[in-house]
Ligand binder design. Structure first.
Ligand code: ZN
Length: 501
């Protein structure tokens, strides 16, 4: 029975991966004329996959396999497969197909409306679509009444991205993060002396940027035959299999940081996917555990490695060669300071690593207020602007630069934002554990040895794939629950170094 279950689930996984390949193609290769047909193809794959996932047949296979695996250890591949697949099956069956189809249709309409509304900076043009999205998400959430301890209307939304985390837990964590980050941001602002990051801005010829980014990826511990990099508008990474990683990137002629840090970020996602063991592939276990964990790895490589002093010191000579105009007179210390500048800003995706968290908390708080019925959607821009001013001291000039800046709400992805900050917290905890095991990690990074860290991550985290709930996984990886304090301590240490506070 377990063999039959495996085969059944393998086909579900194949359909999902094929869909990911079509989506990758759409955003990197497809001529615009392919859009309409591609939408149909993606929808068909999604429908066939979903039908297979909710089928009674899968329930029968799960029951049979459960009996067969009942004596196996909790963390065995077989017991984990049955446990993880059952939760997915149960969740998927609770939502009527018509509601799912309606959510997909509406979010597609809303995304188009959002593009136009953002262009004209007109929230009121987007409002009816947002209202519809929220109403559909409420109906979606209501399908899960009584499932797995859900009590809050936001619980099922969060669970789709961070399985097992409750709204209450997320609130406690993000409140503590907010209250820890705000004084740090205030202290940096009061300090008054801005860090000079002008070396990162100017004109950087695209050809040199491309060469630079190829070298950066080649220096990461990703097997050469297991990835490719392509340009796109909004960078992402996706895995067609663990040995077929699609990294995408973007070049900004006026800022070199994108070619470096956005690329390392996506490669970090790719390294996690690549580290999932082949024996877990073609199953629900063959992927990272949650968006929070996924994000912990992209951020760990982007911020803990690629913004570290030893990494940048090793990189500085090459930057000087490729971009002498900008870096001829910039030493490793100046580069490190520039890379870690803290400055409140308007746009989330351009924010530094510290203030970034306040962008997330703001969105999370507004989402909660919406789903708790405490905030009218028509009042959203006002609430947004007020909180931007309160948390970041930033005045929002218009809705395009404010409430309309992100696609998530247009796509109906409520419950997604918190995972970005959860990723930061998890990365900090993992970093502490890595330093404990490898006290010479800095020297290794300075020598260009990233393989040791990668091997450690593979052993600690990657090899588990999606076997465990995030709550179980964090215990296994760092020996305790998710904790805000390591991250706050590390942010403060770095700020102390750079700002002397
Ligand atoms: Zn990411």
């Amino acid at each position: 029975m377990i063999g039959e279950l495996r085969d059944y689930l393998a086909a579900i996984s194949d359909l999902g991966r094929a869909r990911a390949l079509l989506a990758w193609d759409e955003r990197t290769q497809m001529p615009p004329g392919g859009a309409a047909a591609r939408a149909e193809q993606v929808a068909t794959l999604a429908r066939v996959r979903h039908e297979r996932l909710i089928a009674d047949e899968l329930g029968r296979l799960l029951d049979g396999a459960a009996t067969e695996t009942s004596g196996l250890p909790y963390d065995s591949d077989e017991a984990s497969l049955v446990r993880v697949a059952r939760r997915e099956w149960e969740k998927a069956r609770l939502v009527p197909s018509e509601l799912r189809a309606e959510i997909t249709r509406q979010s597609s309409l809303a995304e188009h409306a959002w593009v136009a509304a953002r262009e004209s900076s007109d929230f009121s043009a987007f409002l009816p679509y947002l209202e519809r999205n929220v109403e559909l998400r409420r109906r979606y959430g209501a399908c899960f009444e009584g499932f797995d301890g859900f009590t809050h209307p936001y619980d099922p939304l969060l669970d789709d991205f961070e399985p097992g985390m409750t709204t209450q837990e997320a609130s406690t964590i993000l409140d503590e993060l907010r209250d820890g980050v705000r004084p740090l941001v205030a202290a940096v602002s009061e300090r008054g002396e801005p860090v000079d990051d002008s070396c990162l801005h100017g004109t950087f010829p695209l050809e040199a940027q491309e060469r630079f980014s190829r070298e950066v990826v080649a220096g990461l511990p990703l097997p050469e035959d297991a990835y490719r990099v392509d340009p796109t508008i909004h960078p992402f990474a996706s895995a067609i299999s663990s040995s077929d990683i699609r990294i995408t990137t973007r070049f900004d002629e006026s800022y070199i940081g994108t070619a470096l840090w956005a690329l390392v970020h996506e490669a970090g996602h790719g390294m996690y996917e690549n580290g999932v063991p082949p024996e877990l592939e073609r199953s629900p276990l063959g992927s990272p555990a949650s968006l929070g964990f996924h994000e912990s790895q992209s951020r760990l490589w982007e911020n803990w490695v690629a913004r570290s002093r030893p990494y940048l010191a090793a990189l500085a000579p090459r930057l000087r060669e490729l971009f002498p105009e900008h870096f001829a007179d910039v030493d490793a210390d100046q580069l490190y300071r520039a890379a870690n500048r803290i400055k409140p800003s308007l746009i989330r995706v351009e924010a530094d690593q510290v203030t970034y968290n306040l962008h997330i908390v703001l969105r999370f708080e507004l989402e909660l207020e919406i789903f708790e019925g405490r905030l009218e959607l028509s009042a959203l821009p006002e609430a947004w602007n007020a909180r931007m001013s309160e948390y970041l001291g930033v005045a929002v000039p218009d809705d395009a630069g404010g409430v309309l800046q992100d696609v998530h709400w247009a796509a109906g992805a409520f419950g997604y934002f918190p995972t970005y900050s959860l990723g930061n917290l998890v990365a900090a905890q993992i970093w502490d554990a890595a330093l404990e095991d490898m006290p010479d990690l800095d020297e290794r990074i300075a020598r260009g040895d990233l393989v040791t860290l990668h091997g450690w991550l593979r052993e600690r985290l990657y090899r588990h794939g999606n076997k465990f709930m995030p709550k179980e996984l964090i215990e296994r990886v760092v020996g305790g629950p998710i904790d805000v304090s390591p991250y706050l301590r590390q942010l403060n240490e770095r700020a102390a170094e750079i700002y002397g506070i």
